[in-house]
Design a protein around this ligand. Sequence first.
Ligand code: SF4
Length: 337
Amino acid sequence: MPSDLHSTLLTWYQLHKRKLPWRGESDPYRILVSEVLLQQTRVEQAIPYYQRFLQQFPTLEDLARADQEAVLKAWQGCGYYARARNLHKLAHKIISGSQHLPRSSSELQALPGIGPYTAAAVASIAFGEPVAAADGNVRRVLSRWNAWENPNPKQVQEAADTLMAELVYWGGSVNTSDGSLPGDWNQALMELGATVCTPQNPGCRVCPAARFCQGKTRPERYPATRARKQKGLEVVALVLQGPKGVHLELRQGRVLGGLWGFPMEEGPGALGRLLARFGLDSAEPVGTVRHNFTHRKLHIQVYQAHWEARENPKNRPLSRLDRKILELIRAGQSRLL
Ligand code: SF4
């Protein structure tokens, strides 16, 4: 079965793959940037960021020389900013050492922000290493092929990794004669998951892998899932503004560190603590903003007050959350912002 499955899927991939700016790319740095973007960003949304990022930082050396703030500005709006900070660190590390990205997935994994999946994707696509890359799309496809009932995501990942390791070996060895590489096989599976074997309404009728698939009668049952709980959080944001601009603070921490934003506090007494920080007696309520992070649902009450502030928000990298606050303020008074 594997050689049949491989030739069917690889032929389908060559005929039906989407035209994407990183397809056919041979520069490992560019492949790396695309894979880092695709870690948490959908393809359509990632394309303009990919183009803009590489226009600004066309080589690893350009990226290493840039200020972190410029890197975050180029990433602004894409979310999961640790990716941009880690790419920047990675560029520094490479340029101050060997000058080249390592070729094996095990060495790539030692670099900042590169997990097993990204390392495998880059090593297989850029350097032809026969190593399996199982992202969420691939896990879904494999769960359906095998009708896996297990709802434990860790165990499904392990099973997918094991199966992919066997399949990529076949894919890499069987098809080298026609020019296909392990990277093609990995991408063929990802492409099937992204365009045919989608989470909802999978296209089983047109699927090239239907005859190998045990889950095709009830595909949406796989992979079995457990509901993920998002914790709600009450937050207060204070927009301090004057004729010359607004007050922004440099954010710290893993999620938004390195970006700039409006002063915020969470939990009981948040407004009082914010006012005390700036020596204010009161602030005017403006409205509310909702924003979801992976595990957090933020409900943000926005207040504004007069302040001799000088920052122009256009000059700083802001998170999507802070841009929502800015839009709320702009909707109320476009004069200053
Ligand atoms: S037959 Fe349906 S469930 Fe199976 S791989 Fe194809 S699209 Fe997915």
